[in-house]
Design a protein around this ligand. Structure first.
Ligand code: NAD
Length: 250
């Protein structure tokens, strides 16, 4: 691995599992100092166990659905490593069910975790990213690009993340802060493999959630995230990029 992120500080939410963990591993392997945020303490410990240079790793067990925690995460990053170069908003949850099954509490929770947190982490990060000409990578989904049955609140949050990405890319361009989003299809993580669709779901609608290539591996999504976050992607901003094995191509 090259050390293209040496001297860079990366804040990654959802680093205790799946795609967030894979991103954390990749940034660390390429020389970055990483701040790893997750509500799951054991998951964070398992991620950090693969990172022998503890001077480049800082763990935060926190619930990012609370705006004050989002601001605290950025503050702690700067207090610990002196700067913030890259914000990766990866943490998220899935909520499945028919529209009749969604309670007001569940609707609120998925909005808070998947969308509100991304907004307030971006808000907290912008002053620091202005100093470093840094960038933001948000984790959206193919659910931001096409309608998907039995998970409408999830799709709404991911479409919100996609539009937040585009809007901020415009607003922040004069400060040279790039903002992009990635839209994976089905990825081999607990979120997707434990997805619990209605037992009597229409098979054709479930089939549309999958690619002919099957599941992606988290490391394959992380490879795209680190490219977008790197200086090689200098001209890339406001992009909402599918990585879905042609799931949404036709
Ligand atoms: N797996 C897929 O098929 C897939 C497809 C498209 C997009 N995504 C998105 O990728 C992102 C990562 O998901 P994943 O598949 O790696 O799932 P995952 O369940 O493996 O990881 C999600 C992580 O987010 C953390 N998290 C959840 N709520 C949190 C909160 N309130 N505060 C802090 N941390 C919290 C979890 O503890 C977990 O470690 C999510 O935003 C998800 O929507 C996943």
């Amino acid at each position: 691995m090259t050390a293209r992120f040496e001297g860079k500080v990366v804040l990654i939410t959802g680093a205790g599992s799946g795609i967030g963990r894979a991103c954390a591993q990749r940034f660390y392997a390429e020389g970055a100092s990483v701040v790893l945020v997750d509500i799951n303490a054991k998951g964070l410990d398992d991620t950090a166990a693969q990172m022998p240079d503890s001077s480049r790793v800082y763990l935060m067990v926190s619930d990012i659905s609370l705006p004050e925690i989002c601001h605290a995460a950025v503050l702690e990053t700067v207090e610990t490593f002196g700067q913030l170069d890259i914000l990766c908003n990866i943490a998220g949850m899935l909520l499945t069910g028919r529209i009749e099954d969604i309670t007001p509490e569940a609707w609120q929770q998925i909005l808070q975790v998947n969308l509100t947190s991304v907004f307030f982490l971006c808000q907290a990060a912008v002053p620091e990213l202005t100093k470093t000409c840094g960038n933001i990578v948000n984790m959206a989904s193919t659910a931001a690009l096409t309608g998907q049955a039995y998970s409408s609140p999830y799709g709404v949050t991911k479409a919100g993340v996609a539009m937040l990405t585009k809007s901020l890319s415009m607003e922040l361009a004069e400060r040279s802060i790039r903002v992009n989003a990635v839209c994976p299809g089905a990825v081999n993580t607990p979120l997707a493999t434990a997805a619990n669709f209605p037992k009597d779901a229409t098979p054709r609608l479930i089939d549309k959630l999958m690619s002919f290539y099957g599941f992606a591996e988290p490391s394959e999504i992380a490879a795209l995230v680190v490219f977008i976050a790197s200086d090689e992607a200098r001209y890339m901003s406001g992009s909402v990029v599918p990585i879905d094995g042609a799931q949404t191509a036709g």
